[in-house]
Design a protein around this ligand. Structure first.
Ligand SMILES: *[C@@H]1O[C@H](CO)[C@@H](O)[C@H](O)[C@H]1NC(C)=O
Ligand SMILES: *[C@@H]1O[C@H](CO)[C@@H](O)[C@H](O)[C@H]1NC(C)=O
Ligand SMILES: *[C@@H]1O[C@H](CO)[C@@H](O)[C@H](O)[C@H]1NC(C)=O
Ligand SMILES: *[C@@H]1O[C@H](CO)[C@@H](O)[C@H](O)[C@H]1NC(C)=O
Ligand SMILES: *[C@@H]1O[C@H](CO)[C@@H](O)[C@H](O)[C@H]1NC(C)=O
Ligand SMILES: *[C@@H]1O[C@H](CO)[C@@H](O)[C@H](O)[C@H]1NC(C)=O
Ligand SMILES: *[C@@H]1O[C@H](CO)[C@@H](O)[C@H](O)[C@H]1NC(C)=O
Ligand SMILES: *[C@@H]1O[C@H](CO)[C@@H](O)[C@H](O)[C@H]1NC(C)=O
Length: 545
């Protein structure tokens, strides 16, 4: 009995010890110059990655399906997939949306034990930086910092994507400014929380005509300690090598040339074209692998194949037989044999001296609409809460669908009322409160209107959507509010503390995230840009407000 008892005890200790140890003990990966390196021995790290998320369309916000399942929260699925992932030499999985409220220990320890690292996107389908109506605001900030909080302790996390393909057509380049602001604030948050300094933040770009300007924009004006504004790595989603293509026809050669003087690592954040294959989507020959891990390695750090699970878009490498078993498609085997033959040249950090410097920023013109600086202001949830308490007229209507009319009315009456909430990435004009949530932004504007109309009771109604309140300013708010000033156009101090605690509104990260309903409310480019046009025509109609 004793023998068995102590054996069981020892086994339990071993298991829990192993669980804690594998993601604690795996060497972190760091960025140095243009490459990734293992921190334990300074040996270069190449990604052999797979996109790992079921039922997820990464071009997210266009899909009506806003639910997602967290691929790092299901230990049994990880147990099913990891042995197969190892068969194709996987050392990185890319996940597109995790749920920060779930526990990830089981999958993360299994992955670490298998030597597999993770890169996680920070958004989720209903909370992401939208291409046509971009913002960087408190809701997004809570989501992003929540994901960082949830994953930072695992040393097999390489880093995060602050955006994925958010600029996907020529008229969406302004969105880059908001993603870059997200990069800056996420990096600032990691530093302020004293999280592991090797955690990187990058962007994954679509292969669009503005690709070179995008790459320059995200790496230019890198800022300095305490205010780092550039990406740590650049992900490139590329589907230009289809079937048995080649270095020139796929434009891989051009990309290598373009990125040869880029200051940070570049890798394929998605690859694996399925077009034009006589054997159908699952017959990918993966002939690009020999080149990617061959003569491209001076410039590229490997890549992430799109994708693990078979879904509606036909890119999967395996089909699920049942919850415990998956079955590989033919292209899984092609990928395996291609990867089996590569042996990329390993550079040692000790013999490598980075020589590339930050590129020049693209200038604003017909093909590029994001000014390099100023970027959208830093998001500071505490500032927004302080501002709302300091108002004499607040919004009580919680239905965001009602807000556009009121915005139009107030901003149309006098644009000064809205200086604190305006945002235009092309001119670099941003109100200090433009990163607050819609209700708080509207409250600021309503209060400006109220003050500007001699505080008459009628000037704080807006058809019953607003109400007067007694203003208060906590001592912890005084400096924040004075920095921003009464017009709401001064400098925004950087947030301190955990996002969830500072939000001032409802409690948990989960609640903050859940309360956001995208698409209900579009006042951004659409309505805000239309003030002037709307104002004259609608003033009469708006008098009912
Ligand atoms: C460095 O460490 C990593 C992780 O343990 C290992 O995979 C790699 O082979 C090592 N490189 C060298 C040159 O020892
Ligand atoms: C929506 O996503 C969920 C979670 O991934 C999935 O279970 C469901 O099948 C999806 N629904 C549709 C209609 O695609
Ligand atoms: C870009 O053009 C498309 C199609 O005309 C349009 O739907 C979209 O709203 C435009 N986006 C922006 C930011 O102007
Ligand atoms: C923008 O980036 C976020 C964060 O990675 C992502 O979740 C979202 O799907 C992207 N939006 C679009 C429209 O692609
Ligand atoms: C942060 O760095 C950017 C880019 O160099 C610069 O434009 C901005 O003024 C800096 N902000 C602060 C507060 O120093
Ligand atoms: C890289 O390899 C491809 C295919 O083998 C070849 O066509 C190309 O010229 C090579 N490029 C360089 C820079 O060596
Ligand atoms: C989103 O991705 C799906 C699957 O890859 C594709 O069918 C669809 O056309 C994409 N939508 C947009 C707007 O890019
Ligand atoms: C930003 O300002 C410019 C110049 O006034 C204007 O042409 C553009 O439409 C504005 N953009 C938005 C999104 O309002």
């Amino acid at each position: 009995m004793k023998g068995i008892g102590s054996w069981a005890c020892a086994a339990a200790a071993l298991v829990s010890g192993a669980l804690a140890a594998s993601y604690d003990d795996i060497p972190a990966i760091e960025v140095y110059g243009q490459h990734f390196f293992y921190t334990n021995n300074g040996s270069q790290f190449y990604m052999k990655g797979v996109a790992y998320q079921q039922n997820y369309s990464p071009n997210g916000s266009t899909s009506a399906n806003t639910s997602y399942s967290d691929p790092l929260a299901d230990g049994n699925a990880c147990k099913r997939d990891i042995p197969l992932l190892k068969q194709i030499y996987t050392n990185v999985v890319r996940v597109y949306a995790i749920d920060p409220t779930k526990n990830h220990d089981d999958c993360m320890s299994q992955l670490a034990t298998a030597g597999i690292y993770v890169i996680a996107d920070l958004g989720e389908p209903s909370v992401s930086i939208q291409s046509n109506n971009p913002e960087w605001d408190v809701t997004l900030y809570s989501r992003y910092t929540g994901v960082v909080d949830a994953l930072q302790k695992y040393k097999n996390v390489i880093g995060f994507f602050a955006g994925n393909e958010n600029v996907s057509s020529g008229n969406q380049t302004a969105a880059a400014a908001f993603v870059k602001a997200a990069v800056r604030d996420t990096k600032g948050y990691i530093a302020s929380q004293n999280y592991r300094s090797t955690l990187g933040v990058g962007y994954a770009t679509a292969d669009v005509p503005t690709r070179d300007q995008l790459a320059a924009y995200f790496a230019c004006q890198p800022g300095n300690a305490g205010n780092k504004t550039s990406i740590d790595f650049w992900g490139y989603n590329v589907y230009s090598w289809c079937g048995d293509s080649n270095y020139a026809a796929s434009s891989y050669g051009e990309r290598v040339q373009f990125f040869s003087d880029y200051p940070v690592p570049v890798f394929f954040a998605e690859y694996g074209c399925i077009e034009g294959l006589s054997g159908g989507p699952t017959s990918r020959p993966f002939t690009e692998v020999a080149v990617l891990y061959g003569n491209m390695t001076d410039v590229f750090s490997g890549g992430i194949v799109y994708e693990w699970f078979m879904g509606d878009n036909d890119y999967g490498l395996v089909s699920l037989v049942n919850s415990a078993s998956a079955s590989p498609y033919p292209d899984f085997t092609s990928l395996q044999s291609q990867l089996a033959t590569v042996s990329p040249t390993i550079t040692m950090k000790s013999t490598y001296t980075p020589s590339n410097s930050a590129p020049a920023c693209p200038s604003v013109g017909t093909s590029w609409q994001a000014k390099a600086s100023p970027l959208p202001p830093t998001v500071n949830p505490q500032l927004c809460a302080c501002m709302v308490s300091s108002l004499q007229c607040n919004i009580k209507d919680t239905n965001e669908a009602d807000y556009a009319d009121v915005f139009n009315y107030i901003c149309g009456a006098k644009s000064d009322f809205c200086a604190g909430i305006t945002r235009n990435a092309t001119t670099g004009t941003f109100g200090s409160y433009s990163g607050c949530n819609p209700k708080d932004q509207l409250a600021f504007a309503a209060n400006q209107y109220y003050l500007g109309n001699s505080k008459s009771a009628a000037a704080c109604s807006f058809d019953g959507k607003a109400t007067r309140q007694s203003a208060s300013t906590a001592s912890s708010c005084a400096a924040l509010l004075s920095s921003v000033g009464t017009a709401g156009t001064g400098a925004v101090p950087t947030a301190t503390g955990k996002a969830s605690g500072a939000a001032g509104s409802s409690s948990s990260k989960g609640a903050a995230v859940g309360s956001y309903s995208p698409g209900q409310f579009k006042y951004g480019g659409v309505v805000m840009g239309a003030w002037v046009a709307v104002a004259v025509g609608s003033l009469l109609g708006m008098l009912a407000l």
